[in-house]
Design a protein around this ligand. Structure first.
Ligand code: HEC
Length: 480
């Protein structure tokens, strides 16, 4: 199947534009922080407006994207509408990440500009995904002492982290790390939130709403879903002046009720996270919201869904709440191409790109995704990591069992990894950053390294990723 996809993608061409340009919107990408412009073809204005509102951008009918220096353009479909997004800039080290985003997340066709053609290896040169760090500080003045040594408050600064109950995450660890781990942009709330809600006259009900607000503030959710999000909250807002519950969309409520599993976001056990827990591989149908009281949190959201006349049944097929993260978690690796693998002499090959993480795993292991609980799957045999300020490594720099200069061995904790058994299959997973794979494929140990690279020359990386994206999409479809 991989071969077929590779052949297809070798031949794949720029999509034909459907109809005339109708308008555009310019905005800052919530993921890269770079300026982008979306141009629409043959769409009606209302459709284009909806797509623009998702990135908090204003649609301008009849106005084309400005001609600027760009890294390239992504041709894709959004809600059935053809969109061409131009990524402004001239920093060639961002070519790979933009191509990856286009092909893997938007399932689009990436057309590189002159700045990017020929330099499209995947590399995250700087500002990588921040690994979780336990931040311990004194309690804010006016707040009670913290529960850790010396009265300090300790909080993991990662999206799945939570500070102590009654405190705000943004006060204790700030939002810089979590906004690098997950994109932030303001997104308007559900229109229901504009209507009066008589339930707010009931003090018992209001107590529950206020409790949910306070739980949201303790989690990283505080950073993008409360007044701490300085450009505005994303959909729901813990500080909303009316009924917080009405700012959610139905699917958001279903994630809160634990009707849609959200395992893919990652989690800590409650005892390491100030008592907060959420959906986990052992317990997928817990709430998406880190909470000290699952029953109370789920009951609140179930009540809201009932109020809107929604039933659990309706969400039964919606089993992947974490979107692209679930897609990566459930990716089914294919066999390695001739340009990928670990060979008899211990040398490595992977598609064009430089690594921050290199894994060799048992062939049937889960895919590594996000820390803290999904990045070291059972079956990991060897894993080496690059520190945040390190220089990403190319395949020539890596030999099985020898920690490359500048990297650290994350598994095994000490000593050499188990020797690979000739003739046995293993899983090679190499990534430019957390959830940013370069190669992820099955190889058979004990093979001689091929003399010359094969495949579709310099664009092999793009083709492999395109294949990966398509395979991922196929998996998603099968499971729906
Ligand atoms: C760095 C910013 C950021 C952080 C931190 C964050 N979110 Fe979000 N969240 C968003 C954005 C942006 C959206 C809307 C668009 C999207 O899904 O990308 C969103 C949407 C959601 C939705 C869908 C809501 C609906 O009604 O459709 C849920 C549920 C959600 N987030 C849960 C959480 C939880 C739980 C946390 C805390 C553990 C959290 N988010 C932390 C940025 C963030």
């Amino acid at each position: 199947m991989l071969t077929v996809l590779l052949l297809l993608s070798c031949a794949s061409e720029k999509p034909v534009l459907q109809g005339e340009p109708v308008g555009s919107c310019s905005y800052t990408s919530p993921f890269s922080g770079d300026p982008e412009c979306r141009q629409f073809y043959g769409a009606d204005d209302a459709e284009a407006e909806t797509i623009c509102s998702k990135v908090d951008a204003t649609y301008q009918a009849g106005v084309n994207c400005p001609a600027v220096e760009s890294l390239g353009a992504c041709y894709y479909e959004s809600d059935g509408v053809q969109v061409v997004t131009t990524v402004e800039g001239d920093a060639a080290d961002k070519c790979g990440s933009n191509r990856f985003g286009c092909e893997t997340f938007a399932k689009g066709y990436w057309e590189p500009s002159a700045f990017c053609s020929g330099s499209d290896e995947i590399v995250v040169a700087s500002d990588p995904f921040p690994q979780p760090e336990l931040v311990c500080v004194d309690a804010l003045s006016g707040e009670p002492e913290g529960q850790s040594d010396g009265g300090q408050v300790c909080t993991w600064n990662v999206v799945s982290g939570a500070t102590e109950e009654g405190r705000h995450f943004s006060d204790y660890v700030g939002c810089e790390a979590v906004r690098r781990q997950r994109g932030y942009s303001p997104v308007p709330p559900n229109a229901l939130s504009e209507e009066a809600d008589a339930r707010m006259d009931d003090p018992t009900y209001v107590t529950e709403v206020d409790w949910v607000r306070s739980q949201l503030h303790s989690g990283s959710c505080d950073c993008c879903h409360s007044a701490a999000a300085e450009r505005g909250a994303a959909i729901f807002d813990a500080d909303f002046e009316g009924n917080l519950a009405n700012t959610f969309n139905d699917r958001g409520l279903a994630m809160g009720a634990g009707w849609v599993p959200t395992v893919g976001f990652g989690t800590y056990p409650a005892e390491e996270n100030n008592g907060f827990e959420r959906s986990s591989p052992d317990n997928p149908y817990l709430s998406a919201f880190p909470t000290t009281d699952q029953a109370r949190m789920k009951a609140f959201f179930e009540g809201e869904l009932a109020h809107r006349g929604r039933t659990q049944e309706e969400f039964a097929d919606d089993t992947y709440g974490a979107g692209p993260l679930d897609e990566q978690l459930n990716y089914v690796p294919e066999r390695c191409s001739a340009d990928e693998g670990v060979f008899k002499d211990g040398t490595f090959r992977w598609l064009p790109g430089r690594a921050r993480y290199v894994y060799v795993l048992e062939a049937d292991s889960a895919n590594p995704t996000v820390p803290p609980n999904l990045d070291l799957p059972e079956g990991t045999i060897w894993r080496v990591d690059l520190p945040a300020d390190g220089t990403p490594v190319s395949a020539d720099a890596v030999k099985y069992g020898e920690v490359p200069g500048g990297m650290t061995q994350a598994f095994p904790e000490s000593g050499a990894p188990a020797a690979l058994v000739d003739g046995k299959d293993y899983y090679l997973y190499v990534s430019a950053d957390v959830v940013y794979p370069i190669s992820r494929c099955i190889f058979t140990a004990g093979q001689e390294a091929p003399a010359v690279a094969s495949g579709c020359d310099s664009s092999g990386g793009a083709l492999g990723l395109l294949a990966a994206g398509l395979a991922g999409a196929a998996v998603m479809r099968r499971r729906r």
